[in-house]
Each structure stands twice: as structure tokens, then as C-alpha cells.
Unconditional design. Structure first.
Length: 126
């Protein structure tokens, strides 16, 4: 079950998606509740969109968090959300991981959040 507000937010973010290397990249940043970010990611996954990536560099109560989710076809092609998040988490002095299709990381350095988002975008270009 995905809260309706997460579905609405996912749809709004999808409308603003950018194309990076042929991928539809949906992104989210700023102050966000962790459960809402996860809900947005799962709402996008429920749409079964191919070649779609969700990346988020958010913070809650001063704690930075990174999230990445990949569509199933991208995972089958060898992309890994956990690798993306782990690499970018170094920029927020943190760590984390997860599964090939969904991963999250927390950190200690809120100032590194913008650079971490840039790193996730850069990793999608390879």
C-alpha cells in the first residue's frame, strides 16, 4: 500500500524528469520525511516504467539521506542502486546500501548533499 500523497508527488516529479544518457531520471531534494521519499520511490516502481531511475538527496532533522531506485529492466542490464548510493554516500560522510533495485544511505555531512546528488547523476552517465 502506497499513501496517495506519495503517488501524487511521484506523478508531479515524473512530469519534471530529465533525460540522462537515455534514462528517465526522476529526482527529489530538500527537506523530506524519509517514509515519504521511500513512498515516492515505490509509487514510481509500481508504474513499471522501463529505463527509469529515482534519485533523492534529502534531509530530515538535519540528517542527510540518499535514495536510489532503478526500474527492473535496468537491474537486469547490470545497474545497481546500492553501488550508486554507496559511492555518493562518501560525500555526506556516510554509508548504506540495499538491493540492486532500491538502496538508501545516511550520513553526517549535510553540506555534502548537493555534491552527492551530482555524483549520483554522474554515475548514471556511465
Amino acid at each position: 500500500w502506497i499513501p496517495y500523497r506519495c503517488v501524487e508527488k511521484a506523478e508531479a516529479l515524473l512530469e519534471k524528469a530529465e533525460n540522462i544518457n537515455g534514462l528517465t531520471v526522476v529526482s527529489c531534494s530538500g527537506a523530506r520525511i524519509a517514509d515519504v521519499v521511500k513512498g515516492i520511490a515505490f509509487a514510481l516502481k509500481a508504474d513499471n516504467l522501463n529505463d527509469t531511475v529515482f534519485i533523492a538527496a534529502t534531509h530530515e532533522n538535519g540528517k542527510p539521506m540518499l535514495t536510489a531506485q532503478l526500474s527492473e529492466n535496468l537491474v537486469k542490464e547490470g545497474m545497481n542502486a546500492s553501488s550508486i548510493v554507496r559511492e555518493a554516500a562518501k560525500l555526506i560522510k556516510g554509508g548504506g546500501g540495499g538491493q540492486p533495485h532500491f538502496a538508501q544511505a545516511g550520513g553526517k555531512d549535510l553540506d555534502g548533499l548537493s555534491a552527492a546528488m551530482d555524483k549520483m547523476r554522474e554515475l548514471l552517465k556511465h
